[in-house]
Design a protein around this ligand. Structure first.
Ligand code: SAM
Length: 317
């Protein structure tokens, strides 16, 4: 479907839970979240109806996210059903990898083809600091499990946090030489829950090309990242700059939260509920949401924080 500004919307980011087994400092509060009632969240049947309705409007790419999707007990079944929906060409999943040791294989077997894995540091103490509760070796074990399961693509996503992990840009980038995976550096977005990080923590992605002058620019692949490669590397380096160089003109996505709200734009508080509708009703609601997608997300800076109105773990990153 084409939105009001001529953008073709082909990509649904679907959050399946607000819960997470980590507490990343820029993403969610330390004490977790106020747990919603079960009946406020989309059921599995409703979730599949959302995917069917979206696919009938031309959505071919689905990303399952959260919260942490792998804490959801029926995640393998849900992914299997999602992959079987007519029109869905690609099921991708975003995870912190800590539960992948046992889930990488079953998820691949039911049709998940790509993984985005969040990893901001390779230092165990810094990993514990940024995630508040996590253990680096669990995430590393999950990444190795994924590498052994034949995923079409694995991307490591590192959020750049000034004074925290900018010294690790070379060592994170080096992963693309050692393993067949991509590493993407993402600018820290000024969400409500990243408020403990002020302007000094924000680093534009250009810091990566400054630290790694040997990076060679390569052709874009149609995604939002600017792509580079280290000489001799197996994977790409991607730079994602939602703050310093927004890519709203190329935005092809809509989001649906775990409690069934369509968000036409990540940084707007506009939401339309799908909960309680049948598939036809959902199709109409999704159509309206696509038509109401704003031209751009408005100013996003440390003076003008995101107007998303929710924490990132509730929206689905
Ligand atoms: N639990 C999964 C994970 O860790 O990847 C999926 C959900 S998480 C909300 C998705 C992505 O959002 C992660 O890569 C995380 O780093 C990113 N994220 C959360 N808050 C962010 C912020 N303030 N700025 C930039 N990225 C953020």
């Amino acid at each position: 479907m084409i939105d009001s500004f001529g953008r073709q919307i082909t990509y649904l980011r679907l959050s399946v839970t607000e819960r997470c087994n980590l507490r990343c400092r820029y993403c969610m509060p330390e004490d977790g979240i106020c747990k919603k009632r079960h009946d406020e969240m989309l059921t599995q049947e409703e979730t599949i109806d959302v995917i069917r309705a979206a696919a009938s409007l031309g959505i071919g790419k689905l990303r399952i996210t959260g919260g942490e999707p792998l804490v959801k007990p029926n995640i393998v079944d849900l992914c299997a059903r999602a992959a079987a929906v007519d029109g869905i060409r690609e099921v991708c999943l975003t995870t912190n990898a800590t539960l992948l040791p046992s889930l990488a294989k079953p998820l691949r077997e039911v049709g998940v083809s790509r993984l985005n894995i969040s990893l901001d540091t390779l230092d165990p103490e810094k990993f514990r600091y940024i995630t508040r509760v996590g253990t680096l070796s669990d995430a590393i074990a999950g990444i190795h499990a994924a590498l052994n399961c034949g995923y079409e693509r694995i991307k490591i996503n590192a959020v750049l946090v000034g004074g925290f992990n900018d010294d690790e840009i070379p060592v994170l980038a080096e992963l693309t030489r050692r393993y067949p995976l991509d590493v993407r550096f993402i600018e820290l977005m000024p969400m409500v829950d990243s408020a403990e990080f002020g302007p000094e923590a924000f680093l534009p992605c250009t810091v990566v090309t400054e630290r790694l002058p040997e990076l060679e620019a390569i052709k874009p692949d149609g995604g939002v990242a600017k792509l580079y490669r280290l000489p001799g590397a197996k994977g790409n380096i991607g730079l994602i700059s939602p703050v310093s160089a927004h890519f709203c003109a190329a935005c092809n996505r809509i989001r649906v939260t775990a409690d069934g709200k369509v968000k036409p734009c990540l940084h707007s508080s506009d939401e339309i509920s799908l909960k309680g509708q049948d598939e036809d009703g959902m199709r109409e609601t999704l159509r309206q949401a696509i038509l109401s997608k704003p031209r751009w997300h408005g100013e996003l800076s440390y003076r003008a924080r995101s107007r998303a109105g929710r924490q990132m773990n509730q929206i689905g990153g």
